[in-house]
Design a protein around this ligand. Structure first.
Ligand SMILES: *Cc1c(COP(=O)(O)O)cnc(C)c1O
Length: 227
């Protein structure tokens, strides 16, 4: 199948999952994860109507943004991979969203390095939900505090939470993350921009949408298998 066909199939899966969960289609945003795939594939998906793209590796992300510079205004770039503090500057300068904030130091650097002529960097706090073997992500019990600290940083706009559950982790962990998301949303009171829960990939997007995800990050199902 072509990228355009796979993208359409993916949109259909999202629509069906939304219907199953009695949610509106507009409540779930699709991020096309283009890591390891060439800039050309991003352009094909863009021409098929996709606007949001996700990248995992700093160097590959920046290379692709540069290659597609003439289309920069049409693409919304999300950085979704691990971020070391010595790599924050290019990310702060080049992308629109960072979904993988898991410590204050990284958030502080991104805010300090975000050029002030650009809109605030949209950020998500990455949470390590139960059943994950990776070390990335903040513990659920420490998530509210990190969110509150980020609210004090001038060039970031906190938008919500992100998680990368292990395959087959089951709906309980996903629902726990949704509960944490709602708890923090209410703790933040008047703050109106905490509206995004990023979870769900090619294999579990239906479960994620059923569990309250508002943003799914899909690679394989759109661009095919990675090497
Ligand atoms: C690679 C990746 C995805 C996409 O995974 P697929 O299974 O290919 O859909 C989503 N989120 C993150 C953080 C990733 O690294």
């Amino acid at each position: 199948m072509s990228i355009a066909d796979q993208l359409e199939e993916c949109q259909n899966r999202i629509a069906q999952a939304c219907e199953q969960a009695s949610r509106s289609i507009a409540s779930v945003l699709l991020i096309a994860v283009s890591k390891t795939h060439p800039a050309q594939s991003v352009e094909v998906a863009l021409n098929a109507g996709q606007r949001h793209f996700g990248e995992n590796y700093v160097q590959e992300c920046i290379e692709k943004i540069n290659l597609l510079n003439s289309l920069r205004a049409e693409i919304i770039w999300h950085f979704i991979g691990p971020l070391q503090s010595n790599k924050t500057k290019v990310i702060a300068e080049q992308v629109d969203w960072v979904q993988s904030i898991d410590r204050l130091k990284i958030a502080q650097r991104l805010s300090a390095q975000r050029p002030t002529h650009l809109p605030p960097l949209q950020v998500l706090v990455q949470v390590n939900i139960s059943g994950e073997s990776t070390k990335s992500g903040v513990q659920p019990s420490e998530t509210l505090q990190l969110c509150q600290e980020i609210l004090g940083l001038p060039n970031l706009q906190l938008r919500g939470l992100m998680a990368i559950p292990e395959p087959g982790v089951g709906s309980t962990s996903l629902k726990e993350l949704h509960t944490l998301f709602e708890t923090i949303q209410s703790e933040l009171g008047n703050y109106k921009h905490f509206d995004t829960l990023s979870m769900g990939m090619s294999d579990d997007l239906e479960l994620a949408i059923e569990s309250g995800s508002t943003m799914v990050r899909i690679g394989t199902a759109i661009f095919g298998k990675r090497d």
